[in-house]
Write a protein that binds this ligand. Structure first.
Ligand code: AHR
Length: 511
């Protein structure tokens, strides 16, 4: 009996030692002594298209609505977006941009024509939300505006006049029109894109053709200091980037790229909420592809622009699932779970780590469409798990990126593995901020942080996690996924020890 007890004791000790050693494997070095590029706050940008209930119902309900509003903009949404410090909003599309004629959306609302939104559900677009409304909305939430011009069905003159209408302080027919419509002073709009997905819904062009067209449009976008953006590649179309950089580098400030995380395929994208661990794994594996895309597009850009003057702008990214049952298939309305929180955390870490070339990203889309930070249903509003990740990560806006080295456990499922921990770091105003994702839905990760170049006296942290991989926040119910204070960490001998919960996104700040 005594032998049996001591054997049990020994076995327990061995098990504890094994568990501890398995858990201590993650080591992260944050090089506070080697500051990198500035993380442009525009990396935390959003995309708002005339699609489903992103604009109408999401942002704008009109000033006659019984939903509380300021000049038609939903007060609850405005407050939530201000809390998020949204730095930038891209508008009016997307595919919609290349069907949009901006003069339809100015002047008295009663005289604005209704059109058919041909890409998104064939619904009536009454143009009650146009240039003035968009720019007023940006001013209201304190965000910069990014306007996407119409190339697919527009003209150089139409684009040139839009830039002039918005930005010019000279005397001209366009500035007089703006003043007649109630806006005396020009707006300060820096970001302008020449078409959207010109390889697809924006005109089905070849890069050789679009490069010349881009140069033509860019020549007539006359406003000092504006940032001209060329429509970029679809996912890994590296040839597109090569041609655009070869032919048009000197006339552009930014080149975009689009990549959506689709768990299965475009025919069946999978459910937003009903999925198992294998789908969780596949989704995160697919989202990690963003790192390869950014690396390879950047390498091509480096050839033509070694000083990295031109930004790589990921101006559409996020998850894309099947629409929620019973909703309009053209409206792309999907729920948002803890899985989306991880997708957001991973992508934002990737963008931070590539801040020397990636100068902007726009999650698709801000409200009620694809991977949204906010969902609305009539008077109700829900903040999604993705919202809370953006809230944690806002500390990185305009901070200085710090290089990180990560040595971690693997998250393994059915003979496939991913690094279990994903991380980025930055410093601003004497505070070092590290954002971490634990991809493993079953195991916590014991992490030891070394921060050469930083004096650790105080540490604090926040976490976004939940009990289930598909936990989400729904209308009329208590939120299942929010942010919480995180206490499972301490400073030991000048290092930080932390235990990241399974399936979590964590912000750790030291000063
Ligand atoms: O975000 C939805 C659509 O996805 C956009 O309109 C288009 O640019 C992309 O294909």
């Amino acid at each position: 009996m005594k032998n049996l007890l001591s054997f049990r004791f020994l076995f327990t000790l061995l098990l504890m030692a094994f568990t501890f050693s398995a858990m201590t494997q993650t080591k992260i070095v944050v090089h506070a002594d080697q500051p990198g590029a500035k993380i442009d706050k525009a990396i935390y940008g959003h995309f708002a298209e005339h699609l489903g209930h992103c604009i109408y119902g999401g942002i704008y309900v009109g000033d006659k609505s019984d939903i509380p509003n300021d000049r038609g903009f939903r007060s609850d949404v405005v407050k939530a977006l201000k809390d998020l410090s949204v730095p930038l909003v891209r508008w009016p599309g997307g595919c919609f941009a290349d069907t949009y004629h901006w003069k339809d959306g100015i002047g008295p609302k009663s005289q604005r024509p209704s059109i058919v939104n041909v890409h998104w559900g064939g619904v009536t677009e009454d143009n009650s939300f146009g240039t003035h409304e968009f720019l007023d909305f940006c001013e209201l939430i304190g965000a910069d505006a990014y306007v996407n011009l119409n190339v697919g069905s527009g003209t150089v003159q139409e684009a040139s006049e839009w830039v002039e209408y918005v930005t010019s302080s000279n005397e001209s027919p366009m500035t007089n029109l703006r003043k007649k419509n109630g806006r005396e002073k020009p707006w300060n709009v820096k970001y302008w894109a020449v078409g959207n997905e010109t390889w697809g819904c924006g005109g089905n062009m070849r890069p050789e053709y679009y490069a010349d067209l881009y140069r033509n449009y860019a020549s007539f976008m006359r406003a000092p200091g504006i940032y001209k953006i060329a429509s970029g590649a679809n996912v890994e179309d590296y040839h597109w980037t090569e041609v655009m950089m070869r032919e048009a580098t000197r006339m552009m400030n930014g080149l975009s790229v689009h990549y959506y995380t689709v768990p299965f395929n475009w025919g069946n994208k999978g459910s937003a909420t009903d999925f198992n661990e294998l789908v969780w794994f596949t989704t995160l594996q697919k989202t990690l592809k963003m790192d390869t895309l950014v690396t390879r597009h950047s390498a091509i850009m480096d050839k033509y622009d070694p000083k990295k003057r031109v930004g790589l702008l990921v101006d559409e990214w996020g998850t894309w699932y099947n629409v929620e049952p019973g909703t309009n298939p053209g409206f792309l309305f999907q729920q948002n779970t803890l899985r989306d929180a991880l997708v957001a955390g991973i992508n934002l870490n990737i963008f931070n780590n590539h801040a020397d070339r990636v100068r902007m990203s726009n999650i698709a889309q801000m409200i009620n469409v694809l991977q949204s930070v906010i969902l609305t249903k009539d008077k109700e509003m829900v903040l999604t798990p993705t919202y809370y990740v953006f809230k944690l990560y806002k500390v990185h806006q305009d901070a200085t990126m710090l290089p990180v080295e990560v040595k971690c456990n693997q998250y393994t499922l059915e003979n496939q593995s991913l690094d279990a921990v994903n991380c980025s770091a930055s410093t601003k105003n004497g505070v070092v901020s590290m954002t971490l994702c634990n991809l493993d839905p079953n195991k916590s990760q014991q992490v030891s942080f070394d921060l050469p170049g930083s004096n650790l006296t105080k540490v604090s942290a926040k976490v976004v996690t939940a009990g289930k991989i598909n936990a989400y926040n729904d209308f009329g119910k208590k939120a299942e996924v929010t942010e919480a204070d995180f206490k499972d960490l301490k400073i030991v001998n000048g290092k930080i020890d932390a235990v990241l919960p399974s399936k979590s996104v964590v912000l750790i700040q030291v000063q």
